[in-house]
Structures are given as C-alpha cells and as structure tokens.
Design a protein around this ligand. Structure first.
Ligand code: SF4
Ligand code: SF4
Ligand code: FES
Length: 906
C-alpha cells in the first residue's frame, strides 16, 4: 500500500493501481471514457486528466492522464485544479462536436455515461454551429441497434469485442474524422458476447434491440436481482419489467462469477417469459377433447384430492430447470422413493459422477473468476463456448494474463492494456483443448486434439500417467499420445493455478472421471489445482445433489402399472428420452399433471396443466456448476393463477391431505424443511440477507425513485392507485417507497448513484475496482473439497469400437443458440440458431456440403443436409442437440449413412 495525496489530503491505496482506479475506489468523481475496469487503460480519450504535483511546494504541476499514471508513494494530484477541469471540459466539447442532439429520443438516455460525464465536466453549452458529420448505420442482426452518429471514438467496443472476447467481425474502419465502428458489411455480429457492447459503449451507438421491440425508459423499469436460467454457470443478472412484460436483462456484477459480462443467450433469452406459449391458466384435457378447457382453482384441488389420494400410485418427475424449492416440494409430495430426477440417461449418469467428484474429491470446484486466473488449463471433451459461454470468455483472458506476467518484468502494470497486448501477440497460454471436433476457443489453445470421447478419456488417463507413472502406468501408449500427454502434464505441473475442465457435453462419464483424475493428482502434488464441471442447465447440480431415480425407472413403473399418476415439474420429457417411450408413458398413465410455464410437447399431452411462474415471477434458489447456491428474486408479481411450482405443489398436497406442506407459507419455511431433510443444502438457510432497515418491516423497493406514471399506468382499469402486491418471499417490495440507503450486495438491482446514471456507477458499489461488492460476495457454496483423501483414482474403461466399415460415431454438437429450449422462445435467439445438419469430416464425407444424406441411428431414420467440418476426425459425425424438429437421441452412438441425394436448397 502507498500514500497518495488528493487535494492535499492523504489516502492509502494499493501500489501500482492507476490514479483513475485509485480515485474511483476512494469515491471521487473523475470523468473517463476509454478506461474500463475489465479492459484496462489505453489513454486514448484524454478525459481523465488531473494535475500532478512534484511535491507540496510545486504549485504549477502538470496535466497527466489518471488512467495511465501509476499511484506511487507520495503522488500528489488535484482533480479540482482549474486547468485540469478546463481541459476535461474542452475534451468533452470536442467529443460532442459531432454528437447528435438526440438525448430525448435516444435509447441510451437516462443511463448514458456520456450524459453523466458531460454534466460532470460542466460542459453545458455548444459553441459549434456547423453541419455535423453523419454516418450510415448497419443492420447488425437481432441483438443490437447501431447508431454510429453517437460515437465518441473511445474504442471501447473494439477493445472488448475484438481484443477481449475474440470476435473478428467488428472493427474500427476508415480513418481521420470518419473512423467507423462496425462490420465490413451488414450482418449479425458473430460473437456470442456481442450484447455486452450495450454496456461497454458509453453512449448510444450499440443499444439493446430486444428492449427497443418493447421500449420503456430505463428509470421506469421495475428491477430485481436475479440469476440467469440459460446454462449451469449462474451468471447474475438484472431483469427489468414494465406493464407486466419483461423488457430486458442486464449484467449484475459478481466478482467471483460473471464479473461485468453476460453471454447473448443469457442477455436475450428472456422472451419465453412474455411468450404466447405461456401457460396462464389451469387447463384440463378430458377424453375425446382436442382442446383443453380452463379449470378453476377449486376444480383443480377437488381433482387433486381424488387422484392423489393413494400416494403409492403417484410419482413425481423433477427438473434441472426448476428451482430447488419446487423440486423439493415435488419430492415431498410423492416421497423420496417415488421422486425421479427428470434427466436424460446420459445427463443422469454424468451429473451423478460429477457430483460425486465434487463432494468426495480433494480439489475444489473452480469459480468462474478462478477460471480467468488459471495459468494452465486442460479442457477435456467440452466445447465451452457453446455450453458454458462465460467460462470460455474467462479462458480467453489466459493469453492476456500470460503477457501481463511477462510485462511485469518490464515494470508494466497489468492495466496498461495496449502495452500488455503488444507482448500478447506472440504468446499462447498453456491452454490444451481436447474435444471431438474443432471449437471456437481453439484459436487460443497451445495444442488441440480431436478424437472420439473414449479416446479423449484415454488422453486424460495418459496425462495422469505422465503426472504419476507409478500410480497409473500406461505402457502401451502410442508415441504421439505420450508426447502430447507429457506436454500437458508438464504445463500443469509448472503452473501455479492449474485447472482441469470437463462436463456433460459428450454424454460420457468416463471423460469426467479422467479429468478428475488429473485434477486430483495435481492436488495431491500440492498444486493449487481446481476442477471445473460444465453442467447443462441452471439447476442441474441442485437436482443431482437432491438425488432421485433415473427417468427410465419412471417409464418402467408406469409401463408395469405400478403407478397411475405422474406429476411432471417444468420439464419437457421429449427432450430427455426418445419419442416412443415418452408417448407410451403419457398414454399409459391414468393421470398426467404438468406444472410448467411453457406449452411444451409434454404439456400438450397432459390431462391437467397448471401454470407455473418463471424466474421473473418467483423468488427461488438455483445451484450453479461450482455448487454455489444463489437466490434470484421475482422482478414482477405473478399474474392471475400463475404460481411458483412449489406453491402449486403445496396446494395439491393440502388438497390430498398430505401434512408435509402445511407450514410452508413463505419460501424460507420450505427451505427450513429442505435442509432438515438434506443437510447438504444447509447454507441456503438465511440466503436472504438480514436487512437492517430503519423502518421495521420495511423492504427495499424494486422501483427506482425516478419511476414515473404509477398512478396513470392502470387508469384504464381503475383510477385509484391499487395497493402494491404483497411479497412474502423476498425482502423486496413492488413499490418505489421504502428503504433508499445502500442495499446489501445480494439485493442490488439498480446501479445508480448521484451523478452516475449508467452502470459505470458500479464503482460506487464495489469495495475496490474489480473487487467484491461492498458487503462481500453473494451466494453460498455448498461443496468444498473433502477433508480426507483416500488417494485413489478412477480406473480406465476400455474404449468401445465401431463394428462396421460403413459406421460413424455420432456425437452431440451443442449450440449456444438452439440447444437450450427456453431461450429459443426469443425470436433473436431462434434467428441465430442453425437448422438441423449432420457434421462430417471433408476427408471422408460421402456427400458434399448441403447435400442430404439418409442415416440410421438409435433405430430411427433421419434425413439431413451435410455440413463439412474441417478437423472433425474421420469415422466421426456430429449432430446438433436440442434443435426443434430433432428428436432426442442417445448419443454417442454408431450411425450408418444409408444414402445421399442432392439437396435442392435448404
Ligand atoms: S461505438 Fe461506442 S464504444 Fe465504440 S468507439 Fe464509439 S462510443 Fe466508443
Ligand atoms: S454463460 Fe450461462 S449463465 Fe451466464 S449469461 Fe450465458 S447462459 Fe446465462
Ligand atoms: S479514461 Fe483516461 S484517457 Fe481515457
């Protein structure tokens, strides 16, 4: 730590920080544009000028850019110095020369960093009277609007999109005063992280197209802290609602999870909440009726009282996309012996293996932040860009961090972005990627290896053997594999923070075991090793920790007539098992009750459908891939008969005379029962922060103090202002009244501070720049490494061989846009999703690109266009998973190509 002097006052700050970071961390207001806490400094905009003095006798000083000047012991600066203030006002005036006067109609208005900085510098009069430069705007696809005339040439967009996130189709084009930030032609931005430009751009060049489709002013949004439901990473989000409609999703900073960013699936996948496919009323389908008819709640409960009367005949199928509370309520209703996890066979076994490793292994699960800090990483079997996007974004930081380590030898600090990047050009980090086919992240890898899942697992075991030949000898290894395994092992051993990443994407538990072996061996060699498990859905890990039987046993129980009633919670079984099996179960069960928010293929065949709340309407707990329990709060009240899944289940239990649920009035009541039953979930009790509010019983408002039109919003229905809906499950209220002091970190849902209307105000909520929020990191980890270690490893299983010369091994291919069901209800995501295809190596594909082939797999015939995928091993084929129109298949599986035919046009 060093002492610096600001306006003559002494402050203690971290040595080597730049002065801008130091000033912001101390709470000073100092304008800036090109600096960003995650991107570092380039000193381009000249907006952060301060006066620096040699010592206390120096009265003249010199102007320096705070973002480019390290804080040293005894550094003396003035922010308020008249010359510095004039310089900053002058910079704003230049930047504003071409900026349009369109704040009142600008999508950025009200949370614009340029507006804030203009006010902060006191620039309030334009002297420039001549025509402004104008640009054509581009169509950048479904996620982002483009309004280039608002650009202030800070370069942040390119620095994020290109340098940080690895996108190659957005750049600074042209030159002089015509510099242009866009694509070389119209077309969707290709990066999976493009939506972050909305928050990165300090003005209104890149704005949220999904919000524009149902625009509302930002201060009129009702917001709540939430958690993304579109993959297993649990990124923190802030959804915004107005008039009962979800309007947008923004990043919510979490130091250890998603930092400042989201992927585009997480940002734009929310439209399922507003979808016309929402189930909004209880429905009943009676025999012979094609269209279900609405039911009253009394009718639902009367029916439940009858059909649930014999508990021995009822089973429940849970869901990895439903909350912990709803899954537990279902498990309580049917009893643990009749609770089925609702996972596909492969997810069931992969998740059971992964949970076991996380709970019993000697190595901790990595946080997402930990992924970014790794100095060597070995990915086994996972295309992380598609299955765990933010993990891929953090892995892209490995190259920068490697350069920063070298740069530190030249006394260059990590925040000096341009200088560190100059070194980075020549560096590749110790990142090793072994997958069945090439992935987007491969460009960052030192080595890649493409092979069938069995062979990938074999590489994992070979790395273990190289790390510890005595514990795990593998004498019969091919030379090429041994060389690669030795190189990976050495890089992991040389690293201070080695990381092993795997997951469920290949549907192959042996891969997860092989990866765990490597991580465990490193841990046993006293390295600070970590293990990262990618899981497919937002509560996959929570459901797996809860247990339950596999889905096949549920099908069998119905087939054998041991049960006659099935309750299915937020789950489309056609995505979990083959069509014929699910059809048979839904046909054979006497009563099928579905509780869900989407009209799925399963719901379409149920006898009774009950409308469940989404994440936006119900407070709930999810467990992410590292085992962190996080609570997401309802952002809007549930309409009409829509209820949280667990609330419907409580009603059904009461109707059936089940005593278990009678005391569940609030979410915390249910949570107390949950941890009594399953102590692994103990940390979720008290997950809501204790808010010490000046008003007893008071809550934190979800609406901002700038919220407008409240009395007029529903005037077409009633001119008197209705009482705000009660919320028993959260320390938040659906009002603008209540506590307006600093909220605890778990409950921050608006990034606002006096003078700072944009999300750049985040510095006012952080304990230090890039550090935890004031009050600490949120969420609680359920799983830490086992205290005792038996030193054992998983044994290797022999690889399965293909039988015929004409067979290929068909593996699943995951797509960030398309493989996840809920996000596909967003038109923008659906537009970016691929159509079904069969991926083959160009080396031995029996057909050309786009020609159709007929194939047979899992006893089913398919007819698909070919996509040639250079790098895919010969004798392997890939099929996208989860796309509409593709039935669930058990993969990997042998596939036979039966014939080809010319494709006219897809
Ligand atoms: S488009 Fe936005 S982020 Fe990019 S240079 Fe212009 S103002 Fe900066
Ligand atoms: S990485 Fe996963 S959790 Fe994070 S925003 Fe994307 S889909 Fe959501
Ligand atoms: S923020 Fe310092 S020069 Fe741009």
């Amino acid at each position: 730590m060093v002492t610096i002097y600001i306006e003559g006052e002494a402050y203690t700050v971290k040595e080597g920080q730049n002065l801008l970071q130091a000033c912001l961390s101390l709470g000073f207001d100092l304008p800036y544009f090109c600096w960003h806490p995650a991107l570092g400094s380039v000193g381009a905009c000249r907006q952060c000028a301060v006066k620096r003095f040699k010592d206390e006798k120096d009265l003249r000083g010199e102007l320096v850019m705070a973002c480019m000047t390290p804080a040293g012991d005894g550094t003396r600066i003035s922010i308020n110095d008249a010359e510095a203030a004039k310089f900053r006002a002058g910079v704003i005036e230049w930047l504003m020369i071409n900026h349009p006067h369109d704040c009142p109609i600008c999508d950025e208005g009200g949370e614009c960093h340029l507006q804030d900085m203009t006010v902060m510098t006191g620039h309030n009069y334009r002297h420039y009277r001549f025509p402004k430069r104008t640009h054509h705007n581009q169509d950048l696809g479904p996620f982002l609007n483009h309004e280039m005339n608002r650009c202030i040439q800070c370069y942040r967009c390119v620095r994020f999109y290109h340098d940080y996130a690895g996108g190659s189709d957005l750049n600074a084009l042209a030159s002089h005063d015509h510099v242009y930030f866009g694509r070389f032609e119209n077309g969707p931005l290709e990066s999976e992280f493009s939506g972050n430009l909305v928050e990165i751009c300090p003005t209104g060049v890149f704005t949220d197209k999904s919000l524009k489709a149902h625009f509302t002013r930002k201060w009129d949004l009702q917001t709540a802290p939430s958690v993304c439901v579109h993959c297993g990473l649990g990124c923190n989000t802030i959804p915004g609602e107005r008039y009962g409609k979800l309007r947008r999703v923004r990043n919510r900073y979490h130091h250890q999870v998603n930092g400042y960013f989201l992927c585009d699936r997480g940002r734009y996948g929310y439209e399922f909440v507003n979808s016309t496919q929402r189930i909004r009323h209880p429905l009943q389908r009676t025999a012979g009726e094609a269209i279900p008819i609405p039911m009253t709640e009394k009718e639902v409960l009367d029916l439940a009282g009858t059909i649930l009367a014999d508990p021995g005949k009822v089973i429940g199928i849970g869901s990895p996309r439903a909350s912990l509370e709803s899954n537990f309520a279902l498990r309580t209703l049917v009893g643990p012996d009749r609770f089925y996890a609702g996972l596909s066979d492969s997810d069931f076994s992969c998740l059971a293996t992964g949970c076991n490793i996380l709970q019993k292994g000697p190595v901790p699960a990595s946080t997402l932040q930990g992924v970014g800090l790794a100095d060597a990483a070995f990915i086994l079997g996972e295309d992380v860009t598609q299955t765990a996007p933010l993990m891929a974004l953090n892995l892209r930081r490995m190259r920068y961090r490697k350069s920063a380590r070298i740069a530190s030898g030249f006394q260059l600090p990590e925040w000096n972005d341009a200088a560190v990047r100059e070194i980075a050009q020549l560096q590749k980090p110790a990142l090793f990627i072994a997958t069945p086919y090439p992935t987007r992240l491969d460009e960052e890898a030192l080595r890649t290896f493409y092979a069938a899942p069995d062979d990938l697992a074999r590489l994992g075991f070979a790395v273990l053997s190289a790390l510890d030949p005595e514990a795990f000898p593998m004498p019969d290894l091919k030379d090429s594999l041994r060389v690669l395994a030795d190189e990976i092992a050495q890089a992991l051993l040389d690293a201070k923070r080695p990381l092993v990443i795997t997951g469920t994407a290949c549907s192959h538990p042996a891969l997860i075991e092989a990866a765990a072996n490597v991580a465990w061996c490193l841990g046993r060699k006293a390295r600070a090793a970590a293990f990262a498990l990618c899981v497919p859905e937002c509560n996959s890990l929570g459901l797996s920790l809860m247990g339950g039987h596999d889905l096949n046993s549920a099908f069998q129980a119905v087939r054998e007539g041991r049960v006659d009633t099935v309750i299915i919670l937020e789950n489309d079984l056609y995505r979990r098992a083959d069509t014929e099996t699910v059809d048979a179960m839904l046909r054979n069960a006497r009563h099928v009750i579905v509780i869900d928010h989407q009209q799925t293929a399963t719901a379409a065949k149920a006898h009774v459908v009950l409308p469940a709340a989404t994440f936006a309407e119900a407070t709930s707990t999810l467990i992410n891939n590292e085992g962190r329990a996080q609570r997401g709060y309802a952002v809007m009240p549930a309409e009409g008969q829509i209820r949280a899944g667990w609330r419907w289940l409580r009603k059904l239990m009461n109707a059936a005379g089940h005593i278990g649920a009678r005391s569940w009035f609030r979410l915390e009541d249910l949570a107390a029962d949950l941890v009594k039953d399953m102590p692994v979930f103990q940390p979720i009790v008290g997950l809501d922060p204790k808010v010490d509010l000046p008003t007893p019983g008071g809550k934190i408002p979800r609406q901002s103090h700038r919220y407008t039109g409240r009395t007029a919003m529903h005037a077409d229905i009633d001119v008197s202002e209705p009482k705000p809906p009660a919320d028993e499950d959260a320390p938040l209220a659906f009002t603008m009244e209540g506590y307006d002091g600093p909220p605890p970190p778990e409950l921050i849902s608006r990034i606002w501070a006096p003078g700072w209307n944009s999300e750049q105000a985040l510095n006012k909520f952080q304990s230090e720049i890039n550090g935890p929020l004031r009050g600490g990191d949120t969420g609680r980890r359920l799983i830490e490494p086992a205290a005792s270690d038996d030193g054992r490893y998983f044994a290797m299983t022999p690889p399965a061989a293909l039988s015929g010369e004409d067979e290929y091994l068909l593996v699943p291919i995951h797509h960030i846009f398309g493989s996840e069901a809920l996000s596909m209800a967003s038109p923008g995501i659906a537009q970016r999703a691929p159509r079904p295809y069969l991926a083959l190596s160009p080396e031995n594909a029996p057909a050309k690109e786009n020609e159709r082939v007929r194939l047979r797999v899992n006893g089913r015939s398919l007819d698909l266009p070919v996509k040639l995928l250079p790098g895919m091993p010969v004798r392997m084929a890939g099929l996208p998973v989860g796309l509409p129109g593709l039935a669930k298949l058990a993969l990997p599986a042998a596939v036979k190509i039966l014939g080809t035919e010319k494709n006219k046009k897809e």
